[in-house]
Design a binder for this molecule. Structure first.
Ligand SMILES: *Cc1c(COP(=O)(O)O)cnc(C)c1O
Length: 428
């Protein structure tokens, strides 16, 4: 029998007893969402400042996406790729037009898309670049986050994510983030390099924002040596950083435009999270023909990848981003948010730094990374009606849905300001 939940306490106990303890959630039990708001089991209303790690850029339960889901759910949900379906083709055309690539390989979760990009890059390396068998090397960055599969944690620098999960997949080299000479050195030292896999802004690591020309120069270094640039925009993409993609640089047109001189074209673009507006796991790997053509029938796939339900949801989720000008809103609101937080940093001993782009921002808390201060501030924010989560110890990421209004943003900044100014550290 399915058990009904009557209190937050009850829900937390059930998860604790019956679920694996692979997360450490903030103690709040949510039961409803709409736009920028969430409600807990007791009916208390919150501003969402995490957006499910940027998966709900379009806001919770967006009515247009919901409508598309409901209609498609009653029509056709899954055929597998053993047969064609009448939504996948239109989706593939829509997506490739939207982001400016020849082809897409549809998957479900983010990490699957990362795995897919790695496989394509390796195969391209052997078949197109002529890298010797078993030698393909991929360069990645220190403090990267690309997901949780065995191969992907093989090149993580987070010991907690790796310990006792070995043996690991070989073929990866880690270099410091935002360090062009380290990249150049690694490229020179490893001629069998097929790809450089990078987050344009490192979200999980604490919204590490690289120098303005880092990606552009990295792309140049890669291009000179016939190395593919793989952009993991699972968290930064789809409006979050104030442009359609973080690789668009400071372009603020609503769509994709290769004309923009700040655009750094990845050879492989990896998308997930907000691609479905939080309704259903949908991820995608985009590339041009010269790369994607290395994949032939039977060499890669997924039962659910490209299913009509996910495809319809994703098309609608992207229409919402464009029609509601969410990138531009993220850009405008992000500026206001950072201004307000910088004012706060001047007033509070707890805030040492504010950084980010668009509505992907972080506030660095002035305490040791092992202290619980960021966590305690998040608990206090929750009491005051705003949900955010610490990342990497003493950093709080602030990433609300992009449908927020300016007035709402100011209310949120008031909550953050009052909470942090009133914050007292617990005595040990
Ligand atoms: C969330 C995320 C992933 C993994 O996505 P999942 O859907 O959780 O597998 C990969 N890369 C980045 C940058 C992410 O933010």
């Amino acid at each position: 029998m399915m058990q009904e939940i009557h209190s937050s306490e009850e829900a937390i106990q059930l998860e604790d007893r019956h679920g694996a303890h692979n997360y450490h959630p903030l103690p709040v039990v949510l039961s409803r969402g709409e736009g920028v708001y969430l409600w807990d089991v007791e009916g208390k209303k919150y501003f969402d400042f995490l957006s499910a790690y940027s998966a709900v850029n379009q806001g919770h339960c967006h009515p247009r996406i919901k409508e598309a889901l409901v209609a498609q759910a009653g029509t056709l949900t899954l055929t597998s790729r053993a047969f064609y379906n009448d939504v996948l083709g239109p989706y593939e055309k829509y997506l490739t037009d939207y982001f400016g690539f020849d082809k897409v390989l549809p998957m479900n979760t983010g990490v699957e898309a990362v795995e897919t990009a790695i496989k394509i890059a390796r195969k391209w390396g052997y078949e197109k670049k002529g890298v010797p068998e078993q030698r393909a090397t991929i360069i990645v960055a220190e403090d990267n986050f690309h997901g949780r599969t065995t191969t992907v944690i093989s090149f993580s620098s987070d010991e907690n994510a790796r310990t006792n999960f070995g043996p690991f997949t070989p073929g990866f080299i880690r270099i410091p983030y935002n360090d062009l000479s380290a990249l150049e050195e690694a490229l020179n030292a490893h001629p069998a390099t097929v790809a450089f896999l990078i987050e344009p802004i490192q979200g999980e690591a604490g919204v590490n924002t690289p120098d303005e020309d880092y990606l552009m120069q990295a792309k140049k270094l890669c291009q000179e040596r016939q190395v593919l640039l793989l952009a993991d925009e699972i968290q930064t993409g789809i409006g979050r950083t104030g442009s359609l993609l973080a690789v668009c640089g400071n372009c603020n047109c609503e769509g994709h435009c290769e004309q923009q001189e700040t655009y750094v074209e990845p050879d492989i673009l990896i998308l997930g999270k907000a691609l479905s507006g939080g309704f259903f796991p949908v991820s995608a790997v985009l590339a041009n023909d010269a790369i994607m053509e290395v994949i032939h029938p039977g060499q890669h796939g997924s039962t659910f990848g490209g299913n009509p339900l996910g495809a319809k949801i994703a098309m609608t989720a992207l229409e919402v981003v464009r029609d509601e000008k969410l990138s531009q809103n993220a850009r405008a609101l992000g500026k206001v948010f950072r201004e307000r937080m910088e004012l706060l940093a001047n007033k509070s001993p707890w805030v040492s730094l504010v950084r980010g782009r668009g509505l992907l921002n972080a506030v660095v808390i002035n305490d040791s990374p092992d202290s619980s201060t960021a966590w305690d501030i998040c608990v206090a924010l929750k009491e005051n009606g705003l949900l955010a989560k610490p990342t990497h110890g003493n950093i709080i990421r602030f990433a609300p849905p992009l449908v927020m209004t300016l007035e709402e943003l100011h209310s949120c900044c008031d909550i953050i300001e009052n909470t942090i100014l009133g914050f007292q550290k617990k005595r040990a």
